[in-house]
Ligand binder design. Structure first.
Ligand SMILES: C[S@@+](CC[C@H](N)C(=O)[O-])C[C@H]1O[C@@H](n2cnc3c(N)ncnc32)[C@H](O)[C@@H]1O
Length: 460
């Protein structure tokens, strides 16, 4: 159970958000940087000197203590400010661990029935297994046996909910390729289950716009499905608010990116036939500032509640995976240093180059020397090839500093859960402000699935 349960008071969430913003405002200088600017902007000079001296004298696995609430391993005495930074982050962030870690056997999540594992990656197998159980419980609580899966992708979650739990489902996704696969995978399962299928399923290709309002949405979906010979499009009629409603819907979204979840939250709060909601977010940086963040009236009334693109991107990092790398002192830890050394070269090739947001992903960087890496990046960016002798020599020296880059990366990564907590609590508060029973709960193992918080709501 999360610390924000269905009975949490609005005032408690508001106060908690205020505390989170105190931390954010104090560390915006750290949140809003790009690690790739480590050398070009001399970023380490911005860090408190005693913090820097302590952190750079630690071993890689000791840096874990900053990222983990539980594990404390340090051969050094930490400055009080650094200890307070760590403590504040861990006490204010939403608790992301679930009671049991997830086990895979032969790369498969065996708790999920074999027929639902086909075409599904192991990570997603765990996700749909856990999410479906929860969604089924919520559907029962709110007395609904139909759901709409927004951004349903290839429909793995709603397929499980239909064919294992017996719930009717409409999947909506902007991508037509996904919907083709949806149909194919449904037929495959139906062939296995033969006559045991007694659910309605319907797949709609539609982009949900941020300004969508419920009735327009219903009309559009009806319009799109009207020509489909789908046996189920009748299901959609039950959403029309002007009709006598006999169906209630649970709105679900698994890893809805950018504006999708905020849009669904608005639809949910304005659509009387939507009675339950379960969603898990991802890609916060794709949110549009004007429409999607903040959502709650409380944060909207504050002038300093904005979050930069860098902050929202930071909230999407995979902390538990990085913790594993620190534990193993993995050679891949050096990759941020390669990128930062490259930034100097890029600036020299083109002084206007400032797009640190460009992801210059090169696989297994640590296995190559800097010159080989640099050639790959220059080719990707269509820059003139070749490094000067000076650039080659300087980069060699820079790479000796790889642990310093890791230290700054970890110091910044540590505060990521604070940003994610703000975004999720804003959404929770928005629902509470409408008077809906709502809460947040971690439902996946964060070492497998980093975006693991479900936002749950019931109109009862
Ligand atoms: C990260 S994927 C998740 C897919 C699926 N729920 C899963 O967990 O496998 C997000 C999906 O949302 C869809 N999507 C994003 N924004 C959308 C929008 N505004 N309207 C409809 N679909 C959208 C994308 O096409 C994509 O398939």
């Amino acid at each position: 159970m999360s610390e924000f349960h269905s009975d949490s008071k609005i005032v408690d969430i508001e106060q908690h958000l205020q505390k989170l913003y105190i931390l954010i405002n104090k560390f915006r200088w750290l949140i809003d940087i790009y690690i790739s600017d480590f050398f070009t902007e001399k970023l380490c000079e911005r860090v408190n000197k005693s913090w820097w001296a302590t952190l750079t004298s630690l071993k890689s696995e000791e840096l874990l203590s900053l990222l983990s609430d539980g594990q404390w391993k340090s051969s050094k005495v930490w400055p009080l400010g650094l200890l307070a930074y760590r403590r504040a982050i861990h006490s204010l962030s939403l608790k992301r661990y679930i009671p049991e870690s997830v086990k895979f056997k032969d790369g498969q999540y065996l708790n999920l029935n074999q027929i639902f594992r086909k075409h599904v990656k192991p990570k997603k197998q765990h996700e749909i297994h856990s999410a479906a159980k929860l969604i089924n419980d919520i559907s029962q609580n709110v007395g609904s046996n139909s759901l709409i899966d927004f951004g349903g992708g290839q429909g793995h979650l709603s397929r499980l909910l239909s064919y294992q739990y017996g719930l009717n489902a409409i999947t909506i996704d902007a991508c037509s390729d996904h919907q083709v696969k949806n149909e194919i995978f449904d037929r495959e399962i139906e062939r296995v289950l033969r006559n045991d299928v007694n659910v309605q399923r319907c797949h709609v290709i539609e982009t949900i716009q941020t300004d969508t309002i419920p009735n327009q949405f219903i009309d559009k979906i009806n319009q799109t499905t009207i020509n489909q010979k789908d046996k189920n499009h009748q299901l959609l009629k039950n959403l029309d608010q002007n009709e006598q409603l006999d169906k209630k819907f649970t709105f679900i979204t698994l890893h809805g990116c950018g504006n999708l979840i905020p849009t669904i939250l608005r639809l949910y709060s304005n659509c009387t036939s939507a009675v339950g909601l379960v969603n898990v977010s991802c890609c916060y940086m794709k949110m549009d500032e004007l429409t999607s963040f903040p959502l709650s009236s409380f944060l909207r009334s504050k002038s300093d509640s904005n979050l930069s693109w860098e902050a929202k991107e930071l909230a999407c990092h995979f902390i538990d995976s990085y913790m594993e790398k620190l534990m193993e002192n993995h050679p891949n830890l050096k990759s941020h240093c390669y990128r930062a050394a490259m930034q100097e070269v890029l600036k020299e090739k083109d002084e206007t180059f400032c797009n640190s947001t460009i992801k210059l992903k090169v696989k297994n960087i640590y296995e190559m020397n800097f010159t080989t890496y640099a050639e790959k990046v220059l080719e990707k960016l269509k820059f003139s090839p070749g490094l000067t002798e000076y650039q080659e020599e300087r980069s060699k020296e820079r790479l000796l500093k790889w642990f310093d880059v890791v230290v700054l990366y970890v110091l910044r990564l540590a505060i990521a859960p604070v940003i994610e907590s703000v975004i999720l609590l804003d959404r929770l508060l928005f629902l509470k402000e409408q008077g809906f029973k709502s809460y947040i709960q971690p439902i996946f193992d964060p070492s497998v699935s980093p975006r693991n918080f479900a936002l749950i709501s019931e109109k009862i």
